[in-house]
Every structure is written in structure tokens, then in C-alpha cells.
Ligand binder design. Structure first.
Ligand code: IMP
Length: 429
């Protein structure tokens, strides 16, 4: 009963879509378990670039059924746009390939309006959300007033629920934020159309997953965002409103922990983050610009969803140790090693100094974390271009040393290293 879970081990954008894409061919189901279209997964296949926000990246190869699980929040506009774009490129997005769990929640224009209004109100303390309505949709879910995807099959129920929902949100938008109200009739008409198109895709996601596991077919749980954006274990309040950790995968799909076989953490060979919040290893200046790239390539460090330049820094092993513990990671995938080529010296953060004391753990309290100074161990870099390497032995000794150092510090194996954006630019260890 193999359930393999892919987790972002940092602040998201680690290259999970790419690894999902590599593992999807062995899976019978690829399932998203949390988050929504705040995610952005770029997958490059045979020189073709696919950018996905909501549909699991497994859809590109069509080997597995793609499931949007109960833990996800769905903006139907994004979902249908993505489905149409994929269909235009010859990819089957029929219910044979894509299914939506009835228990997933719907994002509405009112959630998006509230996200924007709340961020504007926060001013300098803004979280830097993707403005996709994610927080407000999960707020409604927790308040037991959310709209579940199952409603799409019940036109009357959907119309009633939306009219109450928009009326309630309009009160908040107008009275608290001084924003424009939304037109409830227009929203209901739009969602009625969404319902017609999406109804055939609805399933009970956990039943689909349990059947696969009972048949001995592999299920791949595709992560979005990353461990340090987790509502419980991330750098609260600078987090997303879901659980992008291994626990979130179980709750989001409705399976228990004994089903999990591999819990694969994905980390970049350096660190990046978008949005606000403390970032101990953050770099500025020339080195940051170099790690970030110019933005000309889709794999440069600019948000897939928002286009924002990402903040970048050296690899933080204190964070990764925390991610190993929080998620019970069985292995790590290290991406974008090639980006470090040409740097003379590579500092890796092995501990923090907090108020004059050395600490080895990750404090999630943002006030403490903001006071942490990284303690680095410096390894020598490598000059060569490594994008052609396909085996450990083809990497320069200093690159191998970098990988070995990470393995030693985390005490888990590294199973895959990526040395470029292409599917083939992968070293299996
Ligand atoms: P939200 O998920 O849009 O509410 O945003 C909350 C925080 O999570 C912000 O700092 C976002 O930049 C960050 N975030 C959300 N999704 C992603 C992602 O897929 N990659 C990286 N950061 C993300």
C-alpha cells in the first residue's frame, strides 16, 4: 500500500513539480492535498514549458489519474483556464485523467476581494500573500461556513449558498474595509456555469485513494508550498493558511500515517522565499542577484504565480533539520545545484546565534527568528558548468563534497540531485 509524499522542505518553490513529474510515471494516482492556485509549478518536458497552479503536475505525462484532494481550495476560474490550456496542447483533461474531491473547498471572488483588502489594511506588516483568496477560503472552512466542491453538483444549493456567502462578505468588504460590494447574482451565474462543467469531475477523493492503496497501486501525494509556510510549523504569521507538511498530506487526502512509504523532502541547493517574514540566511547585492537570475528564464527566482522576485540566501541546514523532523522525511531531493557553479566559496548555515548563544534548532517565533544570526561553515565552490553531469562521478569533487556535507548534517539520504531545468538533467543517487 505505497503512499509516497512529496514535501517542500523550505519556503516553497523548491522544484517539487519537476520531481513529481519524474515520479508520476510509477504512480497510479497523483494527488494534490493542500493549498490552491497560490502554488506555481513549472515543468519542462522535451523543451516545452508547462506552468501549473492547481492541477497536479502528473497531468503532463498522463500515466496517472490526477486528483485534487479534500485539503485543497479551488478557484474554479483558474482550474478551468488551466484545463483549457492543457487541452489546447493536446493533454487529456477528461474525468479519466482528472478528478476533484467533493470535500475540497471553493474560492470565490469574495475571498479574493477580502484577501486584497486585508493585505492592504496590514500595510507594512503585510504577509505578502499571493492575493488568490487562499486565507479567506480556509478561514471559512475553519469557521464551517465554506463552500465545498460537492455543491457544484447541486445548482439550487450552490445558488443559495453563494447568495448568502456574497451577502455576508459584502458586509465585511463595505463596512470594515470600505471596499466595493460584489454582485451576488453575477457570481451565482458564473458559478452555475462552473458547476455544469465541473460536475462530471466530482468524486469522493478518499475512496479513490483507498481503492488504489488497497489494490497495491502507488499513490503520489504532490506537495505545494513548503514546510516553513505551514500554519502550525512555519514562520507564523508569515505562512499560508494550510498544512503543506506530511501531516497535511494525510489529512488532506484522508489516509493514516501507516500508509506512508517515502516522505520525500525537496530543497533547493540554496534558500528562497517570497513574501514577508524573517529569513536568517538572506543575501543582498551581487551574490543574491546571481542566485536569483535575471528573470529571463522560467526557472529564475521569480514567482510562477505572482512574478515577484524571490528573496534568496545560502542553504540553511538548521531549517532543513527542522523539516526532516516535522515531516519524518525519509530522503531529500536537492534541486538547482547548477546555480551554485562559479561561486568561489559556499557558506552553509549549520547553527544560529541567538542573543549571544549558539542554538541548533529552528525557532518558529518570528521575533526570535529575526534575531538569529547564521553561523556558517564554508565549503569550496566549483568552476565548471555541471549541467551535463548525469552521475555523481561526473560532478567535480567540491560539488560532491557539498552534497555529502548536506547528507551528513541531515542524517538522511539524498536520492536525487538536479543540475538543470530539463527532465534529463537529473542525477539519481
Ligand atoms: P497565501 O498562501 O497566498 O495566503 O500567501 C501566504 C504566504 O505564502 C506568502 O508569503 C506567499 O508568498 C507564500 N506562498 C504561498 N504559496 C506559495 C508558493 O507556492 N511558493 C512560495 N511561497 C508561497
Amino acid at each position: 500500500m505505497p503512499l509516497d509524499i512529496i514535501i517542500g522542505a523550505q519556503w516553497g518553490d523548491e522544484g517539487k513539480g519537476r520531481i513529481t513529474d519524474l515520479l508520476a510515471s510509477q504512480a497510479s494516482i497523483v494527488a494534490r492535498y493542500s493549498g490552491g492556485d497560490n502554488a506555481g509549478h513549472t515543468v519542462t518536458v522535451k523543451g516545452k514549458i508547462f506552468k501549473l497552479h492547481l492541477i497536479p503536475s502528473g497531468i503532463i505525462h498522463q500515466d496517472a489519474l490526477c486528483l485534487i484532494g479534500d485539503g485543497v481550495v479551488i478557484n474554479p476560474t483558474t482550474l478551468l483556464r488551466e484545463m483549457d490550456e492543457l487541452a489546447q496542447r493536446g493533454i487529456d483533461v477528461s474525468p479519466n485523467q482528472l478528478q476533484i474531491s467533493r470535500g475540497a473547498h471553493l474560492i470565490t471572488p469574495a475571498h479574493i476581494a477580502l484577501d486584497k483588502a486585508a493585505e492592504a489594511r496590514r500595510g507594512h506588516g503585510a504577509i505578502g500573500t499571493t492575493l488568490r483568496g487562499i486565507g479567506p477560503a480556509y478561514t471559512d472552512k475553519a469557521a464551517r461556513s465554506g463552500l465545498r466542491a460537492g455543491l457544484l453538483a447541486d445548482p439550487e444549493g450552490l445558488a443559495d449558498a453563494l447568495s448568502q456567502h456574497v451577502a455576508a462578505k459584502n458586509e465585511i468588504l463595505t463596512r470594515i474595509y470600505g471596499a466595493e460590494p460584489l454582485d451576488a447574482t453575477a457570481v451565482a451565474a458564473q458559478y452555475a456555469q462552473f458547476g455544469q462543467r465541473l460536475r462530471p469531475y466530482l468524486v469522493d477523493g478518499h475512496v479513490v485513494v483507498h481503492q488504489a492503496l488497497a489494490d497495491g497501486r502507488a499513490v503520489l501525494a504532490e506537495g505545494a508550498q513548503g514546510t516553513f509556510l505551514d500554519l502550525n510549523h512555519g514562520t507564523y504569521p508569515f505562512v499560508t493558511s494550510s498544512h503543506p507538511t506530511a501531516g497535511g498530506a494525510l489529512v488532506g487526502l484522508g489516509v493514516g500515517p501507516k500508509q506512508a512509504r517515502r516522505v520525500i523532502g525537496v530543497a533547493k541547493a540554496f534558500t528562497s522565499r517570497v513574501g514577508g517574514g524573517p529569513f536568517p540566511c538572506e543575501l543582498a547585492g551581487e551574490t543574491a542577484a546571481r542566485l536569483r537570475g535575471t528573470g529571463e528564464n522560467p526557472w529564475d527566482e521569480y514567482g510562477t504565480t505572482t512574478g515577484r522576485p524571490r528573496r534568496v540566501g545560502w542553504l540553511d541546514l538548521v531549517m532543513l533539520r527542522h523539516a526532516v523532523a516535522i515531516n519524518s522525511l525519509t530522503e531529500l531531493v536537492l534541486t538547482k545545484l547548477d546555480i551554485l557553479s562559479g561561486l568561489k566559496e559556499l557558506p552553509l548555515c549549520v547553527a544560529y546565534e541567538l542573543d549571544g548563544k549558539r542554538i541548533a534548532h529552528f525557532p518558529t517565533d518570528p521575533n526570535l527568528l529575526a534575531r538569529c544570526q547564521p553561523i556558517y561553515e564554508k565549503l569550496p565552490g566549483w568552476e565548471y558548468d555541471i549541467t551535463q553531469a548525469r552521475a555523481m562521478a561526473e560532478l567535480p569533487p567540491t560539488a560532491r563534497r557539498y552534497i555529502d556535507f548536506v547528507i551528513e548534517m541531515l542524517d538522511i539520504p539524498i536520492s536525487v540531485v538536479s543540475v538543470g531545468p530539463g527532465r534529463e538533467q537529473t542525477i539519481f543517487m
